[in-house]
Each structure stands twice: as structure tokens, then as C-alpha cells.
Design a protein around this ligand. Structure first.
Ligand code: SF4
Length: 314
């Protein structure tokens, strides 16, 4: 039976997974919403990945990344748990070895990774501010009565993008309301929003970073052609978007798990001895909705808290 390696990226919004063969080719992949329940999401993901295989594969390595990596790594008996920066860099360099900059915009977070000669030399992530993320774009699309999937094509049809204040999400939002009231065309406002997301991103996360080509753009928002075009214009250079860009974290940890001691992974992971409970952390005005995961009385991990203090919520 052929050997395979499983890689899983569990984020707050979406859960992604791949199975690769010994040569590093993706032989099964799946993407789904986390829906606030990473354990259920991963169980369903693993089932889908197994069904996506067209021949029997013996999984000899499991790598996990993403915000719930510790928890999912424990449940799956992973032989590798890695942070998102390393995972994304390894995955991206596998498909595009000369990459110098990775721009990533997901649903609730974004990051930038600077690479020199195949090595990560600088990075930044945002976790507390929505500026420059997909959730900002989708909430504004809703306000304009536009489906999130349609934003990109509507944006590129604009001849005269509105100037939306890009300093931060709050300013951008109030400026958007003003533009609607002033009668700006929908496509111009949407193109302006795409530019605002890029402006937010470059002014926050990209601030002071050496953004050199080749540049790879990934994460859910990279599927939005309006934002891709806005990046090209703002940076004055071409941007590479891989069709599997959303899977790079999962691919990275699958590849890295190959270097670890082999394990025998059983697809029938239904260890249900984990319990979850949810409460609100009042440690600061963020009031995070925290899900605590326990095995017996022992706290294994927490979910939804934006800082370590959320782990202490009773
Ligand atoms: S976990 Fe608690 S202290 Fe930390 S950011 Fe959220 S609300 Fe604030």
C-alpha cells in the first residue's frame, strides 16, 4: 500500500486538509467551514479526505496547523504541530520555490511573510483588528446587498472607484455610508472597498515590510479578483495566485510531517472523550466567546479567545 501524509489547517472560519503522496503531490483535498466547532469540522474533513482518495493509502504522518492546532493535534495523535507562518511558507515554497513575499488575507485574520532564499526572515499577523480582512469585505457587501462571491467581478467593472477612507475599519465603514448617501454607483463603491482592504492591509500588517517579487497572494480573499487587481495596482507589480492557495498551510504541515518519525494513522478517529463548554471572557472589552475543551477535568485547549487570559475563564 502506498504511503501518504495528512495535513490539516484548522482556522476560526474554515478548516482545510490535504493528503499528499510520497512525492508531495496532493492526492485528496477538502475545504469546509469550521462553524465554531473545530472537532466536528475535522472529523468531517478527515472523512471527506478519505473518500477523496482513489486508492488505498496508509497515512504515515499527520501535521496540524491553524489556531486550533494544539487541540486537533492531540485528538489526531499528530506527529507534527506547527505554527501557521512556517506551515504557509513551506507549502507555498513547495509550489513556487522563488517566492519572496506571501500576502495572505483570510476571513478573520491576515498575515504577511517575507522570505529570503527560501527562509522566513520576517512576518506579521493581525489577530485583534479586522482591518484588511475578509470579514470586513463580506459585512460591507451585505450592507450593499451584494453576494460576497460577486464582489470581485463587480469591482473590476468599475471605471471610477470611489475613494473609501482606508485608515481603519471604522473610518472605512462610515465613509462607505456617506458614499451610498451621496449616490455613488454600486460598482464604484465596491471597487473602492477592495482598494480599502488593500490599503488597510498594507498600512497595518504590511507596514515597514520589504515587499519584493515574486509575490504570492493567498487566503480566502485571494479568490476575489477585485482585491487581486487592487494589490497589483498598489504594488505596481504582478501577483501570483495559486488555485490551491487556500490549502498552503495544510500542504506545508503535510510535507513537514514526512520528516518526523512515522506513525500509523487510523481514519476512524472518533475519540469522543472530549467535552466542550462555552463562556464569555470579561478580561477586556473584546469579550471573547471562549470555548473550553476538556478531557475529563483537564483543560486541553481553548477556542475563540484572542489571548492566553481567555484560557483562565471559569
Ligand atoms: S480572551 Fe479575554 S482578555 Fe483576551 S482578548 Fe479576549 S476578552 Fe480580552
Amino acid at each position: 500500500m502506498k504511503k501518504g501524509y495528512l495535513g490539516i489547517d484548522v482556522g476560526s472560519i474554515s478548516t482545510k486538509g490535504v493528503i499528499i503522496d510520497e512525492e508531495g503531490n496532493i492526492v485528496s483535498s477538502h475545504y469546509m467551514w469550521t462553524n465554531g466547532n473545530p472537532i466536528e469540522a475535522v472529523k468531517s474533513l478527515v472523512f471527506k479526505l478519505k473518500n477523496g482518495l482513489n486508492k488505498d493509502v496508509k497515512i504515515k504522518g499527520v501535521g496540524v496547523t491553524g489556531s486550533a492546532r494544539k487541540l486537533i493535534g492531540t485528538i489526531l495523535g499528530a506527529n507534527l504541530v506547527k505554527n501557521e507562518i512556517t506551515a504557509h511558507a513551506v507549502g507555498t515554497l513547495h509550489v513556487k520555490p522563488d517566492t519572496k513575499t506571501i500576502l495572505e488575507i483570510g476571513g478573520q485574520d491576515s498575515k504577511i511573510i517575507i522570505i529570503d532564499d527560501g527562509v522566513v526572515v520576517d512576518y506579521a499577523m493581525n489577530t485583534l483588528c479586522a482591518a484588511g480582512t475578509g470579514s470586513f469585505l463580506s459585512s460591507q457587501a451585505k450592507r450593499l446587498g451584494v453576494e460576497i462571491e460577486d464582489i470581485g467581478n463587480i469591482a473590476i467593472s468599475s471605471k471610477n472607484p470611489s475613494k473609501i477612507a482606508a485608515r481603519c475599519t471604522v473610518f472605512a465603514e462610515s465613509d462607505l455610508v456617506h458614499k451610498i448617501q451621496a449616490g455613488h454607483k454600486k460598482e464604484d463603491i465596491i471597487a473602492g472597498l477592495c482598494k480599502a482592504v488593500v490599503g488597510n492591509y498594507l498600512n497595518n500588517i504590511g507596514k515597514g515590510k520589504k515587499i519584493l517579487s515574486p509575490i504570492v497572494f493567498q487566503g480566502g480573499v485571494s479568490k476575489n479578483i477585485g482585491v487581486v487587481e487592487a494589490f497589483k495596482e498598489e504594488l505596481g507589480t504582478d501577483i501570483y495566485v495559486d488555485p490551491n492557495g487556500h490549502l498552503m498551510g495544510a500542504l506545508g504541515v503535510a510535507l513537514l510531517s514526512k520528516n518526523e518519525e512515522e506513525i500509523d494513522f487510523d481514519f476512524n478517529i472518533v475519540d469522543l472523550k472530549f467535552t466542550t463548554s462555552s463562556r464569555e471572557c470579561s478580561g477586556c472589552p473584546n469579550n471573547c466567546e471562549v470555548i473550553i475543551v476538556k478531557k475529563g477535568n483537564e483543560v486541553i485547549d481553548s477556542w475563540g479567545n484572542k489571548c492566553e487570559r481567555g484560557m483562565l475563564v471559569k
